[in-house]
Design a binder for this molecule. Structure first.
Ligand code: PLP
Length: 281
């Protein structure tokens, strides 16, 4: 497989970065993940806006323009012809010796990108299981930081509990998953946590909110509690690679009857219909 690294495509086994890269030493960097359906990046501008915002928030200069990213995707595609793919973008502040928390000005960011195979979800309504957990992460979860230890610890604990994802809360207020956003439905209203600093503003989250509004479903972006979650009619999670996954059980407790609810199923259908389609040749 191949990697785009600092301006050139190289075989993955030959891609090398400095041992003093601040990404390696401090997790001083940000990332982005863009799903590509039939060669077409989905919600590309929204992903780029989030990437550019993450860079601004941590004061790393933007090293690659949107137009350049499209060229890089084409170059990577030329080396790995994948029908559907996931673009991974990784940008760190750069390398510097000796190690020092405070970065020198004018470092050259390290930029890496890969394409990997992606199987778009088939839209199974089989309900999944999540595990409720305290959110132990930092307080700037709106930045898509490569520092993911808190997310990884939660993910491992969820797996040990037989779940596909943790469901994180802060003092009883539901935030998000380790790599997903959560929604509940109560009395036909779709509810999800507000896009503040406690969650990553998911691109899928935003798209699902738009789809819901377009289809006459009432939406509320507001804090909701663990108690509201357990009293909900429906629950699901969203992410770029998993799209919409119905959640039937949280920490062993059923949400309603534990099945995929009608609004979740409707949104799953709307979502599938909104994905980029193969261009007929
Ligand atoms: N929340 C976190 C912490 C994430 O890491 C992710 C994605 O990986 C999401 C939410 C979902 O975001 P998106 O829909 O943009 O994939």
């Amino acid at each position: 497989s191949y990697v785009w690294l600092n301006g050139a495509i190289v075989p993955a086994t030959e891609a090398k970065i400095s041992a003093f890269d601040r990404g390696f030493l401090f997790a001083d960097g940000i990332y982005e993940v863009v799903p590509i359906y039939s060669g077409q990046p989905f919600l590309f501008d929204a992903h780029m806006e989030r990437l550019e915002r993450s860079l601004r928030e941590v004061e790393i200069p933007q090293p690659v323009s949107r137009a350049h990213w499209l060229e890089i995707i084409a170059q990577l595609h030329a080396h790995a012809p994948l029908e559907h793919a996931v673009l991974y973008i990784h940008i760190t502040r750069g390398a510097e010796f000796p190690r020092n928390h405070l970065p020198s000005p004018n470092l050259q960011p390290t930029v890496m990108a890969t394409l990997s195979a992606f199987t778009p979800p088939v839209g199974s309504i089989a309900p999944a299981r999540a595990t409720l957990m305290e959110d132990i992460r930092w307080l700037r979860c709106d930045i898509k930081s490569i520092s993911l230890l808190g997310n990884i610890m939660a993910k491992m604990a969820a797996q040990q509990d037989g779940s596909i994802e943790p469901l994180l809360h802060r003092a009883g207020r539901v935030t998000e998953g380790a790599s997903s956003n959560y929604f509940i439905v109560k009395d036909d209203v779709l509810i999800t946590a507000p896009a503040d600093t406690l969650i990553l503003p998911g691109i899928t989250r935003d798209w699902v909110l738009k789809l819901a509004k377009k289809n006459g479903i009432s939406v509320e972006e507001r804090p909701f509690s663990v108690a509201e979650l357990y009293a909900a009619d429906e629950c699901f999670l969203t992410s770029s690679t998993r799209e919409i996954v119905p959640i039937g059980t949280v920490s062993g407790q059923l949400i309603n009857d534990g099945q995929c609810g009608p609004i979740t199923e409707k949104l799953m259908t709307c979502f599938r219909n909104s994905r980029p389609k193969a261009v007929k040749k």
